[in-house]
Design a protein around this ligand. Structure first.
Ligand code: NAP
Length: 452
């Protein structure tokens, strides 16, 4: 009987779901899976992308952990694809690879001033408040007014964390350094800018509602944004999600404001033009053009230019995938070019043998974590049917790759290591009545995982 030795790169939901689905799938061969992850801990976006005050979504970790705890997937954490293991290594040791590396960079915003000090991509800030080991420990929150560009759920996450009082985050797993910085934050006004109208937002009702529930934060809306055109009225009447969003916003418009110490302003019909320099290379203002509906769900510029003084700007306009060594990459979409998860060489329009993709690196950074499951099913079904296109590894023995990592001195972490770190973080939280406190520095994570 043939055996499939499979490497999966990326231990976020996409990689874990794909592994689990393959192990449970009907097939005529045995499977053994090695899961490689560049971070010392698994769970990818759920650990390092989902906001700490979203315990329900963070709870997906429990299901992912159940899969890993079965013990039928080997984990190699703290192993970087392209450095610690190469495509050549994978070809020598496996029949195929699934890349599930996600989309962790910010999409670029091509306007002047975007490189100024105080202008940030949302991904960096999200990684910071979620205790990602590879971003700076400190984050300056020394400005009163800040802007967030974008009308998706990431923009809401970022603006909520910026506006929320640190004490209200203490029940979560935020790392100590994040709590301390948020506690000292000088932010009083968070301005969120969408380039289209309230009926064209990308965020979802549940996430919007949460903003209005923040303690001591007023929601500020502007009447000029609610003069709906026919297309918007139609969207509100025909789409339940848009209807609920409109209802929430209309309710906030009736609320009394003025008592809270912080404000979250929602500005619509604002197309980014420039991040204005204070003369010394720092963000001083956000310049935008007022837009109006074009009657088809889009917008057009009105020519009216506005400027608002702010000290920081966060771009939350979508994520973008990163290229992987030796694998074709679509620079425009930020994904691995693929047909239903089979990675394709666009030049020849042929399948790249043995190489598959799933999750955001396959379909782009859209959709909720649950959507990743159906995505993984599609990719896995192709792997099962593609036996003729697999690689033939020189060293299929399971010990061989372990020897390679050891010879290279790669300090990989495994399932037991993750249990060590998990238990350590839970113990750190216990005296403070918190579910866990995250360990942030990479070397410390590795040290605890490896029992040193
Ligand atoms: P997103 O949903 O695609 O939203 C991106 C936003 O950026 C849109 O409002 C878009 O406006 C705007 N935008 C794009 N280019 C722009 C430009 N050049 N200038 C101004 N605005 C621009 O992306 P996301 O917020 O990064 O979220 C990614 C996925 O993760 C989504 O599926 C999201 O639901 C999910 N997520 C969920 C949660 C949760 O709590 N449930 C939290 C975070 C993320 P247009 O619509 O006009 O293009």
């Amino acid at each position: 009987m043939t055996k499939l030795r499979l490497a999966v790169v990326g231990a976020g939901p996409a990689g874990i779901y794909a592994s689990d689905i393959l192990l449970k799938a009907e097939r005529k061969f045995e499977v053994s899976i090695d899961l490689f992850e560049q971070l010392p801990a698994p769970y990818g976006l759920v650990r390092y992308g989902v906001a700490p005050d979203h315990p329900r979504i963070k709870g997906i970790i429990n299901a992912l952990r159940d899969v890993l705890d079965r013990g039928d997937i080997r984990i190699f954490g703290n192993v970087r694809y392209g450095e610690d293991v190469t495509l050549d290594d994978l070809k020598k040791h496996y029949n195929a690879v699934i890349f599930a590396t996600g989309a962790i960079r910010d999409h670029s915003l091509d306007i002047p001033g975007v490189e100024l000090a105080g202008s940030y991509g949302a991904a960096a800030f999200v990684n910071w408040y979620d205790g990602h080991p590879d971003v700076p420990r400190d984050w300056p929150l020394d400005q009163k007014s800040v802007a967030v560009v974008g009308n998706g759920n990431v923009a809401l996450d970022v603006s909520r964390i910026l506006a929320k009082h640190a004490e209200d985050l203490l029940v979560t797993e935020i790392p100590d350094n994040v709590y301390e910085r948020l506690q000292a934050s000088e932010v009083t006004d968070v301005h969120v800018f969408g380039r289209r109208g309230p009926a064209q937002v990308k965020f979802t009702p549940l996430e919007l509602r949460e903003l209005g529930e923040m303690n001591d934060v007023d929601m500020i809306l502007y009447d000029e944004d609610f003069d709906y055109d026919e297309a918007s009225k139609e969207a509100i009447a025909s789409n339940k999600q848009v209807m609920v969003i409109d209802r929430v916003l209309q309710k906030w418009r009736q609320r009394e404001t003025g008592q809270a110490s912080r404000r979250l302003h929602l500005h619509f019909f604002a197309k980014p033009l420039e991040v204005v320099d204070d003369g010394e290379g720092n963000v001083a203002a956000f310049r935008y053009e007022r837009t109006r509906p074009d009657g088809e769900g889009g917008v057009e510029g009105t020519g009216e230019i506005r400027e608002i003084a702010i000290g920081q700007l966060y771009r939350a306009i979508g994520y973008f995938g990163s290229p992987l060594d030796g694998i074709p990459f679509d620079e425009k979409l930020g994904i691995l070019p693929n047909h239903e998860g089979r990675v394709m060489d666009r030049a020849t329009n042929e399948q790249v043998h043995g190489v598959y993709a799933t999750g955001w690196i396959k379909r782009g950074p859209i959709g909720l974590i649950g959507h990743t499951k159906s995505d993984a099913m599609e990719t896995v079904s192709h792997i099962i049917n593609d036996q003729g296109n697999w690689w033939t590894p020189e060293f299929p023995d399971e010990q061989a790759i372990v020897d390679v990592l050891n010879e290279r001195g790669v300090e990989y972490t495994d399932l037991d290591g993750w249990h060590n770190l998990d238990a350590h973080e839970i113990a750190l939280g216990e005296p403070h009545d918190r579910a866990r406190i995250k360990v942030v520095p990479r070397d410390e994570m590795v040290k605890i995982s490896r029992g040193r």
